[in-house]
Write a protein that binds this ligand. Structure first.
Ligand code: F6R
Length: 242
């Protein structure tokens, strides 16, 4: 696990932007794994800037989202498919048909999860998976207690995660209770994991992920078992590291 501590979210975005640009320029059919939430937003702004100002193309890429809320109507502005369209894919040259998220609106969530894992495999697997980490140690929405071998499936959000995500909704009661999320086993199949965490609110989760035991209690700790992980932190998020 490579730990990179930088001064600001913008510096992190430049380093991650370089990794994504290198993938896009060197692979004929690159597959990106996209996270939502606040942590990756500076990275998406940097990719959009490189596209607009420097001609970086994503047209040949495919992208898979980590997770999706269950219970939001199709096209809801806070559905993760819409967030990604607004923050990244709608602002660059990737065709939206090449961007896929778990189908949180499916009547049969269990088979939607299986189909999603199959779609990722059929695309050749994810080359670079962007990740954030929840203040409770979750990655994607694998909350504490998630099986380290889990596949894409229905999960219930913890009260803490619903509170953390309430800032995107008018009221905490509007935050869905359930999500369809890539499992930890699914995420671990990506060839390069790039996790971004900023701010003091992440310090405890980052310390548990990097230095704690590999445990379901901190789902992010499973990444210690991955052969190619880059963790990019600002000084506040790194404050709990020994
Ligand atoms: C979102 C996701 C979550 C977030 C995590 C951190 O697709 O998978 O694991 O990465 O909740 O969220 P932020 O970045 O908003 O603190």
């Amino acid at each position: 696990m490579e730990i990179v501590i930088l001064k600001s979210a913008d510096e992190i975005a430049t380093v991650v932007g370089d990794a994504i640009e290198d993938l896009l320029r060197t692979h004929e059919a690159p597959v990106l794994g996209l996270a939502t939430g606040s942590s990756p937003l500076p990275v998406y702004r940097e990719i959009v800037r490189r596209h607009t100002e420097e001609g970086l193309s994503l047209a040949h890429a495919r992208a898979f989202l980590l997770d999706e809320y269950v219970g939001l109507p199709h096209g809801h502005p806070e559905s993760y498919r819409e967030v990604i369209r607004r923050e990244l894919t709608g602002l660059v040259d990737i065709d939206e048909s090449r961007v896929q998220g778990p189908d949180g609106g499916s009547d049969d969530i269990a088979s939607a999860g299986r189909r999603y894992d199959e779609a990722i495999r059929a695309a050749g697997g994810v080359d670079l998976q962007l990740l954030g980490i929840g203040s409770d140690g979750h990655i994607a929405f694998n909350e504490p207690g998630s099986s380290l071998a889990s596949r894409t499936r229905l999960k219930t959000l913890t009260e803490q995660t619903r509170q953390d995500n309430a800032r995107f909704f008018d009221h905490v009661d509007d935050v869905p209770y359930h999500v369809l999320t890539q499992g930890l086993g699914t995420i671990m199949e990506a060839r390069h994991l790039v996790l971004v965490a900023t701010g003091a609110g992440k310090a405890e989760a980052v310390a548990a992920m990097v230095e704690g035991p590999v445990s379901q209690l901190c789902p992010g700790s499973v990444t210690q078992m991955h052969p190619h992980v880059t963790v990019l932190l600002d000084e506040d998020a790194a404050a709990g590291l020994r």
